[in-house]
Design a protein around this ligand. Sequence first.
Ligand code: HSE
Length: 307
Amino acid sequence: MKKVKAFPCGTVANMVCGFDILGFALNEPCDEFEVEITDEPGVHIINNDDYNLPTDPEKNVSGAAMLALMDETPDVRGFIIRSTKLIKPGSGIGSSAASAAGVVVAANYLLGNRFSKLDLVRFAMFGEKVASGVKHADNIAPCIYGGVTLIRAIHPLDIVSIEAPLLHVTVVHPQIEVRTSDARQILKQQVLLKDAIKQWGNIAGLVAGLLKSDYDLIGRSLEDVIIEPVRSILIPGFDEVKKRSKDAGALGGGISGSGPSIFMLSKDAATAHAVAKEMEDVFIKIGIDYHTHVTTINQQGVKLVSE
Ligand code: HSE
């Protein structure tokens, strides 16, 4: 087998109170990458979309992840990557993580699955470094593992899959740009002890709520007193979206990754669609274009299709 197609999907990082440590995978939108082993040395990137992403592998998210994998595969001369991005870069729903994760999962399949999922996360994190300057894993881990994942530690990497009940996800992506690097730079480097106590109470409550399928506890724990108050000022309409979504029955939600997308969790599909309508109304009123997705949590990780 020399060629395979990978479909890595969008992800929601931070999961409100779990900055840099909690994330989950979506069933849509998903990118498409075709990965092929070649005798031509190096990583060769062909873009099949209009995003004009760099084709120099060191400056390209997929390329950097693949180069990290190739550092540990001296028997392979090169890879060709054909990239069709459907997750808009800069959307806050893990576009860069999908680029990095998709190609290393595909390459691993072509190499007879010689690497573990943990190894693949480690390689893909080099892609995140290119995208945002920081090797965070809260988009990459759920993209590769599927479901909800906890990044208990980065050094050394310790990833825990968290069982979750059926949750419907509504995501609105207002068409404005928030760069992850900027959204990280504005964060305060120190937090008050009283805020830290609230935050770790919420993180523990959220994880317990997911494991116990306790929707009320999940809803009560979807609160972020540290990051959201700072970052939400970058997203017009954020407070109104949140209020109207909760009034429509959402359990709760917040900024998806570093924004500008906003996500909400609901118990059923009808509520998730009602929430989408409220979100859309807010951005129609403000006059900002948007895309919405109503979907569920992806349990599978990156889907592969061989030819
Ligand atoms: N945890 C990262 C951040 C995710 O919020 O900066 C970026 O998508």
